[in-house]
Design a protein around this ligand. Sequence first.
Ligand SMILES: Cc1cc2nc3c(=O)[nH]c(=O)nc-3n(C[C@H](O)[C@H](O)[C@H](O)COP(=O)(O)O)c2cc1C
Length: 327
Amino acid sequence: MVDLQTSFAGLSLQSPLIIGSSGLTRNLNHAQAYAEAGAGAIILKSLFEEQIAMHTEHLIAKNDYPEANEYIASYVRSEALEDYLKLLREAKERLTVPVIASINCSGMGGWTEFAERIAEAGADALEVNILRLETGLYIDPAEIEAYYLSIVTALSGKGLPLIVKLGRHHSCLPMLVDKLRAAGAAAVTLFNRPYQIDIDLSREQLIGGEVFSHEGDFTETLRFTGLIRGQVPGVGISSSTGVYTWEELTKALLAGADTVQMCTAVYKKGAEAISEALKGLRYWMMDHGYQNVSELRGRLSYATVPDPSLFERIQFMKYFGVRGQRD
Ligand SMILES: Cc1cc2nc3c(=O)[nH]c(=O)nc-3n(C[C@H](O)[C@H](O)[C@H](O)COP(=O)(O)O)c2cc1C
């Protein structure tokens, strides 16, 4: 019999498979079904800084008394927070697996106060999804990094293990992750998947792109899981984006993930996606003679594979040169 128990960010989980932050976890009947299917933890839908700001702007635009603007802003924030805390408390009452709260921010907002309230409401950990896309011509990347660190420094020490959810677009991810670890992050989630864009050719208009991830999105998740596991000891890694079956789950663990998140697969297949992935992992472990997850975790990370340069290879030249193939 294989044992899937996992430690992650100071939490004890029944399995390494986590349900990623999304509308999936807003419905607690569904969240309970995911836990019964074997999920190790659930991450609640995020409390969005952008959503609070937009709602505030909308109410202020309709308000004829500018002296009330400050009151409106603080009312919207506290209402959004109270709704979130209610969901969190209910989730904690109903679920037997750890409940991870989530905030989604691009700036400091009032998140330090929120983190304290979230800790008081009983969350087991906090995932902070820092979603920024720098587009200015005169922005210094070092200042951006410092900004990420300042958010983590402000949020750490609030009584909750902190998990930082990152995007792929950074100058040097291992270095950033190491600095986040030093600033107090217990773990990182690699990666978030930002809002996508597309073009509608018939109307010649810019439109929103596909909400769900697709096959192929997983390869960068795998690359950076292995690279960071091998280079930044002492930080937990939750691999996210493009995990649909036991195969991606097992690969991410071999590359060094502590936990692996699923979102799109659960939207498409429900709780079955979880039970099937865990069943596949168990069979594979039995077949390969592993009894617990820690035995296989990180066996193929940047630090452990015979040729780590494979993780760094991004050009095809070498491949074509060796094989003499061109297509
Ligand atoms: C409908 C939907 C809603 C989402 N909502 C959130 C959210 O509230 N907060 C967050 O951090 N990520 C959110 N995400 C991103 C997912 O947590 C995840 O990072 C992304 O979908 C990639 O994982 P996947 O390939 O398993 O779908 C959402 C994704 C989807 C599809």
